[in-house]
Design a protein. Structure first.
Length: 430
């Protein structure tokens, strides 16, 4: 069982992060589910859906490293709070556009909303992925990170369930306003966090040149650690085969079968439920400490489960397959993220996480574009999911060909983490 430090329960910031994560990640998942169905309903084109998703991800590729450097220089809670408020403002503006000009918005306005979200996400994600280390005492970082990630996985259930309820109402003004309210609550919650001061950057230089130097320093740090390079290359390849097929292939498959938008929400919820179960399994196995070598096998099984999603004739069967994908996804993601958050120096964490997110989303536009193009050529979404699932399985199996992964338990980053003596940090209001 998990060796749990009860002092963590007295960490005020932990509960604020848990509540904020519940609303922010839940809002994210509701937004993307509604956006996917709205775009398909308005245009009737999987190519248009792929274009919208591609445009949403391009700004992340361009600005993510800059967002990481800024997260290491400025208050992460303010970056997160302002970003969440900006998301709410964008959705309210789009809802007003629908109210004034009618429910069928032109594709350019949908794409504009997607691009704005992509720009905002470039600054939000590096801050949210590195805030735990300065929000709780140092000795609690690993456990707090696992708790927050498990709550975020839970939010992937809440978000699609909210989307399913809203889609059943068939009022897109209501949908976007409700999701905007969810983001607004998350923004207000984040402003209540009191962060512990970290050592910061070695120099206090400001301006664009200083930010670019920080970006270059973060890239050099990652490049020096071969295990990080392997993990990030794996993330890049896996996202190429996962994001597009799951985000575009599944909605198109559901639409082709004559099922409703509510079924799409239920499919996404099944993925989220599986993610929660996977998070609990990781906790029971103490964050996979001493068992990180299993992650390659679990990732390969995740790919094989994904390959079967399109071949189940009944909705509940497909949901069960996606649930298994979610379980294995948590087993793969949570230990690696907890490892990074507990091992990387505080003053570099924002940049390192931004590099991870950049390579995670770096092939996302290509994944969206290729998935939509393949489907537009008449390839069945079921076949797309099969081929990409096999690709994911092969990528994880290839981990065992690398010496660094085969000896991951004795890697210097892990041994340094276990040998480090944590120093309690004082919390302050930045």
């Amino acid at each position: 069982m998990l060796s749990f430090d009860r002092r963590l329960l007295r960490e005020r910031n932990l509960w604020i992060l848990v509540l904020g994560s519940l609303f922010s990640v839940g809002g994210d998942n509701a937004y993307f589910t509604i956006l996917s169905w709205y775009t398909l309903s308005i245009t009737g084109s999987q190519l248009a859906l792929g274009t919208t998703m591609t445009l949403a991800s391009i700004p992340r590729v361009i600005f993510m490293l800059v967002g990481g450097a800024i997260a290491d220089r400025f208050s992460r809670k303010w970056i997160m709070g302002v970003s969440l408020a900006a998301r709410a403002a964008v959705l309210v503006a789009f809802a007003l556009r629908i109210a004034v000009f009618g429910p069928r918005a032109p594709l350019w306005s949908i794409d504009l909303m997607a691009v704005l979200f992509g720009v905002i996400d470039s600054f939000y994600y590096p801050a949210t992925s590195s805030i735990v280390q300065t929000a709780v005492a140092e000795e609690h970082v690993a456990q707090a990170s696992s708790i927050v990630q498990t709550v975020q996985q839970a939010s992937t259930v809440v978000g699609p369930m909210l989307a399913a309820v809203l889609l059943a109402q068939r009022d897109y003004r209501l949908m976007f306003v409700v999701v905007a309210l969810v983001f607004a609550i998350a923004a207000v919650t984040m402003f209540w966090i009191r962060l512990r001061g970290h050592s910061g950057l070695e120099d206090g230089a400001q301006g664009a040149s200083a930010v670019l130097r920080d970006v270059a320093d973060g890239l050099r740090f990652v490049a020096r650690i071969r295990l990080l390079v392997i993990v990030m290359c794996l993330s890049l390849v896996v996202n190429l085969f996962c994001i597009g097929p799951l985000s575009i292939g599944v909605p198109v498959m559901i639409r082709n079968r004559g099922w409703t938008g509510a079924v799409l929400g239920e499919y996404q919820s099944a993925l989220g439920v599986g993610s929660i179960v996977g998070g609990v399994i990781v906790a029971l196995l103490r964050g996979f400490q001493g068992k990180l070598i299993w992650i390659g096998m679990c990732g390969a099984l995740m790919g094989l489960a994904m390959a079967t999603v399109g071949y189940w004739p009944l909705p509940f069967q497909g949901m069960a397959a996606l649930g298994l994908v979610g379980i294995l996804m948590s087993i793969v993601n949570i230990p690696f993220l907890a490892f990074l958050q507990a091992s990387i120096p505080e003053e570099k964490l924002g940049r390192v996480m931004s590099v991870l997110m950049l390579v995670s989303v770096g092939f996302t536009p290509i994944s969206y574009a290729l998935s939509s193009w393949v489907l537009q050529q008449g390839v069945a979404p079921e076949l797309l999911l099969l081929a990409c699932g096999v690709g994911v399985a092969a990528a994880f199996a290839a981990l065992y060909l690398t010496r660094d992964y085969r000896h991951i338990e004795s890697h210097p980053l892990l041994t340094h983490r276990h040998a480090s003596v944590p120093k309690p940090g004082k919390l302050k209001q930045p």
